[in-house]
Write a protein that binds this ligand. Structure first.
Ligand code: ATP
Ligand code: MG
Length: 195
């Protein structure tokens, strides 16, 4: 059975923490593919200032060299808040023969109990959790139905966040090597975050 890992997020912008997390999850769970699923309207955080198209273009630039990675714009095409359960239900209807995984950083692990229809979602996907050094997750605090559906994958910890990257850009600091070269070029070429 084809194993597909999805990684949701605002990707404002995508950075090497996302890419290494995806690659580490792919290797650990022997996934065939990773699909990056940019959120249109995040239910649990403020709307990103950066429009959907620019966030998609940056993702495309980041993943184009990896045949195992692709962009999935399903949440951009749907109206209203982007709930993972709706996305997964739709993707599974499209790919009935695939097994789905949902890749998250440790800051999201503790948040899982708050996700919409989490019990149903946990029946549909296995979660893969990656450690974020600045935001440790506490798996022990999770209800057992979630702990059972959570794999942990290791990666060299990267204390990188899009928030920090946006802050650096605002302060005229370098973000080189925090994002892939192609993303760096796109941001500069299109003045995505102002100057
Ligand atoms: P922001 O600071 O805007 O929230 P972010 O860096 O957290 O941005 P998101 O788009 O919110 O990026 O994250 C998408 C997914 O990637 C989430 O599951 C998040 O936990 C995970 N992730 C982000 N950065 C890292 C990292 N450095 N290491 C591991 N996972 C990460
Ligand atoms: Mg985040």
């Amino acid at each position: 059975m084809r194993k597909i890992g999805c990684m949701g997020g605002t990707f404002d912008p995508v950075h090497i923490g996302h890419l290494l997390a995806a690659e580490s999850a792919k290797e650990a769970a022997k996934l065939d593919e990773v699909w990056f699923v940019p959120t249109s309207i995040p239910p649990h955080k403020p709307q990103p200032d950066t429009d959907s198209q620019a966030r998609c273009e940056m993702l495309k630039a980041a993943i184009s060299s990896n045949p195992g990675f692709r962009l999935e714009t399903i949440e951009m095409e749907r109206e209203g808040a982007s709930y993972t359960i709706d996305t997964v239900t739709e993707l599974q209807a499209r790919e009935p023969d695939a097994q789905f995984y949902w890749i998250i950083g440790s800051d999201m692990v503790g948040d899982l109990p708050n996700w919409r229809r989490i019990d149903e979602l946990a029946e549909r996907v296995t979660f893969i959790g990656l450690e974020r050094p600045d935001q440790p997750g506490n798996d022990a605090a999770l209800p057992s139905f979630l702990r059972r559906r959570l794999l942990r994958a290791a990666m060299p910890p990267l204390g990188i966040s899009s928030t920090d990257i946006r802050r650096r850009l605002k302060n005229g600091r370098s973000i080189r090597y925090l994002v892939p070269e192609a993303v760096h070029d796109y941001i500069r070429g299109n003045d995505v975050y102002g100057s």
